[in-house]
Design a protein around this ligand. Structure first.
Ligand code: PMP
Length: 307
């Protein structure tokens, strides 16, 4: 067992050791994928000897939105969500970069895949996490043969557990074919997102990302990157992107809470730009890490200090 598993998690209304936060095999969420979740990060700032949660309010707002879309009862107010998150981190004595997983799941042991009138519960735990995707080298990406689930099938916007089968199919295909990550096209055949991250391309100095109707998760990091770019005076555009624009792009990167800002060196074996990290990607990656670690005073309102 890893040391962090002994630390507190929030489970079934109580704070207990993560190793004891286990579910019955009959649980509705396990049988039918009827759960949704968040992925949040906290970064440790050595100089300030403090841990900073990134955009906690935005993550909470997205969870509330998911609950509504998916007909969950969960409507935890932000103040309570904040208290639970802080208690898990403080009582665990966390002083390193970590990833937090709020998880809202249909907890009944009943049969029948439905959403209404099924009890749901909330859990939250933390694990140590540095890079999820390698941010120090270029990634090799593949346009997936799997199509992104559309809003009328399993809404990506809702971050539903069951929807991650779609991500898993694409990620395994990409890895088993020797790539690092998959890029989904949506049902129209236009670029959507990665298996667990949003995507940006740069063309002629402009930063472009698919709009929110492209079957994407409305990423918190995507919004951060757009804001950082605009504040640097970089032109941004949210619009449809076709597949071959990926090949024609000067720069491409993925972003997400897990992925952070990770640059793409090739797509479908076509080199992007000159095969090195592009100037806008590099600048935005630097700004992103500086922001997340609490080094940019102008964005401190987006961070919640733990201690
Ligand atoms: N798309 C998908 C499918 C994801 O799983 C994630 C990770 N949560 C993202 C995008 C990025 O979202 P965020 O920046 O809010 O983490």
């Amino acid at each position: 067992m890893e040391d962090f598993e002994k630390l507190p998690a929030y489970f079934d209304g109580k704070f207990i050791s993560l190793k004891d936060a286990n579910l019955n095999v009959r649980t509705h969420a396990l049988q039918y994928g009827t759960a949704f979740f968040g992925g949040m990060r906290a970064y440790y700032n050595e100089k300030e000897k403090n841990l900073f949660l990134v955009r906690l309010e935005d993550h909470h707002a997205r969870l509330r939105q998911s609950a509504k879309i998916l007909r969950f009862h969960w409507a935890m107010p932000y103040a309570e969500f904040l208290d639970i998150t802080l208690k898990v981190l403080k009582d665990g004595g966390w002083k390193q970069n970590c990833y937090l997983r709020p998880f809202i799941y249909k907890s009944e042991l009943s049969l029948s895949p439905r959403l209404h009138n099924v009890e749901d519960k909330f859990a939250l735990y933390a694990i140590p996490l540095e890079d999820y995707l390698d941010t120090t080298r270029g990634l090799k990406a593949q346009v997936s043969s799997w199509v992104r689930i559309s809003d009328n099938q399993i809404p990506a916007r809702a971050k539903a557990t069951g929807g991650y089968i779609n991500s898993a199919l694409a990620k395994s295909e990409a890895l088993e074919n020797g790539f690092d990550e998959a890029i989904f096209l949506d049902q129209r055949g236009l670029v959507s997102e990665g298996s667990a991250e949003n995507i940006f391309i740069v063309r002629a100095g402009k930063l472009i990302t698919p709009g929110t109707a492209s079957a994407i998760l409305e990423g918190v990091t995507r919004r951060t990157v757009l804001a950082l770019a605009r504040d640097l005076g970089i032109a941004t555009e949210e619009r449809d992107i076709s597949r071959t624009e990926l090949y024609a792009a000067d720069e491409i990167f993925f972003c997400g809470t897990g992925a952070q800002v990770a640059w793409v060196e090739s797509v479908d074996r076509r080199q992007i730009g000159d095969g090195k990290i592009g100037p806008l990607t590099q600048k935005l990656q630097e700004r992103f890490f500086a922001f997340a670690k609490g080094e940019l005073p102008e964005y401190k309102a987006w961070l919640t200090p733990v201690y």
